[in-house]
Design a protein around this ligand. Structure first.
Ligand SMILES: NC(=O)C1=CN([C@@H]2O[C@H](COP(=O)(O)OP(=O)(O)OC[C@H]3O[C@@H](n4cnc5c(N)ncnc54)[C@H](OP(=O)(O)O)[C@@H]3O)[C@@H](O)[C@H]2O)[C@@H](O)CC1
Ligand SMILES: Nc1ncnc2c1ncn2[C@@H]1O[C@H](COP(=O)(O)OP(=O)(O)O)[C@@H](O)[C@H]1O
Ligand SMILES: [Mg+2]
Length: 281
């Protein structure tokens, strides 16, 4: 299995040209954050903003609006019950759905509407509860051939693929990915202490970074936001996803040099400097 190499950051993260504006760096919509899980969507948002998405919007429970704006005034907000949500979805390049979404009937309704609204030019990052909802009902998958990036941890992948964690071998995972998502050019980011990335052709790579200091709620939410933010800027190729996973763990490893625990929000805070230092400048 290939290891993702440090050069991936230089390869993917491009120097910004002077004659550009926010529209050139992608529009990301993040959907999630029920009454009890507002932090998840805020942490995902922070990941997307700090890695440079040009425009970031968040559809969440209204209870989260004040905290979202206090923490990230750069983000636009829409109440996820607002009928304007489907129109907003159409204006986006990338939609990240799932952090803190929950699995209520309403959450299911949102995922269904998203699947019916999204178009093949867009990219869909599915994380957390969105994956659990899909495991319960695969008719929630988008009806068009949109690129999907899945970011389950091992238990979410078990629910989705029906492969028990001890049996999640590379060959079994690749076969399940092809079987479950034949029409969506799907990339699987299977998160663990050694996160693996599967492309639709069956190629597998492993992330060399990461550490147990990162084992804290919100770390995966942050990664979903970083993937959304980098895809918005650099496209939805496998290399962009590999760069996002690598960057997230690089930040975590740098923090762990001096800190026993690594807060997800601190990972996000490091992103602009790491992108400048290790990107293609
Ligand atoms: N601040 C917030 O608002 C936050 C909100 N969040 C939101 O909560 C919602 C539920 O998501 P979730 O991930 O917390 O719960 P779930 O899917 O049940 O997974 C846990 C189960 O899986 C097992 N497990 C096995 N292997 C594993 C592995 N490698 N990595 C992780 N787990 C592994 C694990 O095993 P155990 O701990 O029992 O050994 C346990 O049985 C979702 O919407 C999410 O976005 C969170 O993001 C946190 C911050
Ligand atoms: N022991 C570890 N070593 C390396 N990375 C870890 C470790 N524990 C957790 N992580 C990373 O933290 C993230 C956890 O994701 P997830 O379980 O979805 O968190 P959450 O849903 O709480 O945000 C993944 O990116 C995973 O690779
Ligand atoms: Mg998660």
């Amino acid at each position: 299995m290939d290891e993702i190499s440090p050069e991936i950051l230089q390869q993917v993260i491009k120097k910004r040209a002077s004659n550009t504006h926010k529209g050139d760096y992608g529009r990301v919509l993040l959907i999630g954050g029920s009454e009890n899980y507002g932090g998840a969507i805020i942490m995902a948002t922070e990941g997307a903003i700090n890695c440079g998405a040009g425009l970031v919007a968040v559809a969440t429970h209204s209870l989260n609006a004040a905290a979202l704006h206090a923490r990230n005034p750069e983000a636009m907000y829409i109440d996820w019950r607002d009928h304007g949500l489907s129109k907003l979805i159409k204006q986006m390049d990338v939609i990240v759905c799932g952090p803190g979404l929950g699995t209520s009937p309403f959450a299911q309704k949102i995922l269904k509407m998203l699947g019916q609204t999204i178009t093949p030019e867009q990219t869909l990052v599915l994380d957390a509860s969105a994956l659990d909802l899909l495991a319960l009902d695969n008719t929630l998958l988008p009806s068009t051939a949109v690129r999907i990036i899945l970011t389950p941890h091992q238990m979410e992948w078990q629910r989705l693929s029906q492969i028990q964690i001890p049996y999640q071998s590379a060959s079994a995972n690749a076969a399940a990915l092809a079987k479950l998502f034949p029409d969506h050019n799907a990339i699987l980011v299977l998160k663990s202490n050694h996160t693996q990335i599967y492309d639709p052709d069956g190629q597998v790579s492993v992330n060399p970074g990461g550490n147990p200091g990162m084992a804290m709620g919100g770390m995966g939410d942050t990664l979903a936001g970083i993937i959304g933010g980098l895809v918005a800027q650099f496209g939805s190729d496998l290399a962009t996803v590999q760069a996002a996973v690598y960057l997230h763990s690089l930040a975590g490893d740098l923090l762990a040099q001096t800190d026993y625990t690594v807060r997800p929000t601190k990972v996000s805070a490091l992103l602009p400097k790491l992108m400048k230092k290790y990107g293609g400048y």
